[in-house]
Design a protein around this ligand. Sequence first.
Ligand code: GDP
Ligand code: K
Ligand code: MG
Length: 298
Amino acid sequence: MENQNYKSGFVTLIGRPNVGKSTLMNRLIGQKIAITSKKPQTTRNRIQTVYTSEKGQIVFVDTPGIHKAKNKLGEYMVRVAERTFDEVDVILWLVEPTTFIGAGEQHIARQLAGARVPVILVINKTDAVKKEEILKAIEAYRKLLDFAEIVPASALKGDNTDTIIDVIYQYLPYGPQFFDEDTITDQPMRQIVAELIREKALNSLDEEIPHGIAVSIEKMKDRGQNLVDIEATIICERDSHKGIIIGKSGAMLKKIGSAARYEIEKLLEKKVNLQLWVKVKKDWRDSDFLIKNFGYDK
Ligand code: GDP
Ligand code: K
Ligand code: MG
């Protein structure tokens, strides 16, 4: 039966790299779909997830951060983030809990000034600062743009994140249920697995290398008896990087592999036999073909 009070729509998460967009989305839907890390430009794709409740259905769109592009992959990532502005019902803009409004925020504010949809500002990472700082940040941002609402929260701890859901519902239009209740994401399982391996590599490796890596799944096959065989390749840009990723007697690759296996087993709820390889593909981030090939294409 049609429910007249049912609401549904699309909500995009935007903001500078590392403000916690992916952490917040995972928190709101209660499952880890988007990978997160301390490093900027962790999210490369546009990832859609679905939150369903009795009140309605919220489709979250997690985007790469908005930053200055240095290569084709970077340009692609910014395009993905900015294009979503016009396609959604509500914009969630995440910022750090400070009064310093930098060039990055100014740029986003200018982009949003013309937005036709409500913009909810989330002042994230409130767990990391004193209460006065949060109040000052709210005051500073209030002057920047005409926000529908300003919500302080901690995506990491889950503080006040329920309020974010309530506020979104307030601004979401009435509409039908788009997806069935079991739908969590539009990401194919292979892509999530590849991203989890990339996350473990990001967490284990030093600054320079991670930006230049991609992960490709060569094989993912259910062997029965609750066991899945996965073969994956970590692609990097230099021979020297390959050496670092493999590590002394393969120690680094082993570390990445066992951390990834643990998470993939949680995701698939099956035992995983994971084999990892490392390959060099020079300058793949400037190749349209390879960018598409690694699934960064929409
Ligand atoms: P994104 O680039 O905007 O998607 O940011 P991520 O979700 O990848 O998070 C970047 C870093 O900030 C990670 O190390 C997160 O653990 C951390 N982070 C995210 N939310 C919070 C928060 O509420 N509090 C604190 N202290 N750290 C957070
Ligand atoms: K990040
Ligand atoms: Mg992210």
